[in-house]
Design a protein around this ligand. Sequence first.
Ligand SMILES: [Zn+2]
Length: 268
Amino acid sequence: MRKRLLSFLQRVYSDFLMPDRSEEYRRLVSTALRSGYQVVGVKEFHQMILHQPGDLPPLLILRHDIDTDPGYARVFWQIEKDLGVNSSFYFRQSTLDVDLMQEIELSGSEASYHYEELATLAKKHCLKSRERVLLYLGEARDLLRGNLGRLRTQTGLPMTTLAAHGDFVNRRLDMRNQELLADQEFRRELGVEYEVYDPGPENLEAARFSDAPYPHFWRPASPLHAIEAGLPVVYVLTHPRHWCSHVIPNLKDDANRFLEGVRYARCR
Ligand SMILES: [Zn+2]
């Protein structure tokens, strides 16, 4: 009981009261630059492992999954512009900001799609087992094909790398959205060159870090230690909601998540 109350209070603090942490992000990237790291986005990283796998400089790879709050994507991007580095931003249908995406791409960084069509269909058709979801795989691929085509037309961006979103439904089903891109022919047809969860070359060991909610902030630990220790390839994934407490986007996301959870639990 006490543990649940503590976790509720931590969530309230994190969503609505936590001070902005953007200076910490700036420090992280600045430290990497001072330590001799080349800072790149996912697309550039993929090109490097394709063309010079045995000859990589020390690399910091920056990826932002914009699950909520596209306004904060602009904060990450501004810091990176100030420091003269590039990164990758992946936007969901619910967080699209076409102007910002075009500005990001024009600046040399990458803006693309954070797709979740498999989870979307599982919620729409009330699919509660892997076997049932597999029956809708064709429809999910059609949906992804349509959405990606529309986004490319709307933004004029190539979107050749994609990132799968992890929804609560994916966790319940133990089935990830990236299963949609397991079929190489479908992937070629879509013009997708790299999915962020594709395995890397066997001889390339990237130290991976993801931001996390207050009070931990990082999983499994702060990437700053890896950078200070000089690990050769450091991969950092961030999400806006762990860096600021913008009330409206967080409230909207909490309410949406709650309603979707109730609807999915009750549907038959
Ligand atoms: Zn996501």
